[in-house]
Design a protein around this ligand. Sequence first.
Ligand code: C2E
Ligand code: MG
Ligand code: MG
Ligand code: MG
Length: 279
Amino acid sequence: NAKASGRNCHQFFNQKIQLEAERIAQLHFHLKKAISQNELELFYQPIVNPLTGDIVKAEALLRWCHKGQYISPAEFIPIAEQSGLIVEVGEWVKTQAVITAMDLKKRGLHIPIAVNVSTLEFWSLELQTRFLQFFDNVVEKLNIDAFPYEMITLEITESLMMKQQKEVCELLSLLRQRGIKISIDDFGTGYSSLSYLVSFPVDQIKIDKSFIHQLETDPRHKALVEAIVSMSRALDLTVIAEGVETQRQLDFVNQQQIQAVQGYFYYKPMSKQDFFKLM
Ligand code: C2E
Ligand code: MG
Ligand code: MG
Ligand code: MG
């Protein structure tokens, strides 16, 4: 009997894997056409100075509307990464972010746009060169005078620091010399050593929302956030608290004198149109 149920369980598991694999294959198939079929859209989530309520930055977050349904980036970004499509997707995202940054600039609004960058976009030397060339190409493509480097922040993750350290470091330094800011996303959730904070050109860290969400349930997370903040201060890095949803979380963030806050407490990600209305 145990054997039979074991077999059933096995079958069930195989079926699940099969369905999952089919879904991934399907999504991959459709994702290839998503750009040309205008199914991708960038949403913007304002980042706020908690002392003044001013919007100081906005994060661009990718949305894929497929057959009338939104598919989460948490689902389709990994698929884009597996297939290498992420490079094209990333260039589309950066192009849109630049267009938005230029639109803001035209209106006299100095709100930098933060763009998520996948580690896979830096995978090879070839891709690294392509990444750098993108900024020169986009100037021609969009027929603008100059790339608004100071209006763009790149959000990278700790996993990037583990890859081709020297080359990636040089690339980021070059971009930073041009005026781009580098932010470490989901800080504290990666597995890399802290020493990269000194050896890599970094301007800012974003404390992962999992720390913020656990502040109330587990006081030890307060100690972690405090430690991250004091370390950032010593290293002259600015800090963004991600995922702030409640007044109590905001109170704690203010106690810690964290300069910038992103979360549903203030704003959810919104369409470009809504973002411009808000501004
Ligand atoms: P992320 O870069 O850490 O982005 C923040 C995520 O937290 C977003 O989820 C945002 O909607 C969500 N968030 C913001 N405030 C709150 C809050 O108060 N509570 C909660 N529960 N969540 C909050 P989203 O938009 O689903 O994106 C998920 C992830 O997908 C992003 O995490 C990022 O890693 C990735 N992603 C999104 N857009 C892009 C993109 O253009 N390129 C790449 N490579 N990755 C992207
Ligand atoms: Mg991000
Ligand atoms: Mg994050
Ligand atoms: Mg994330």
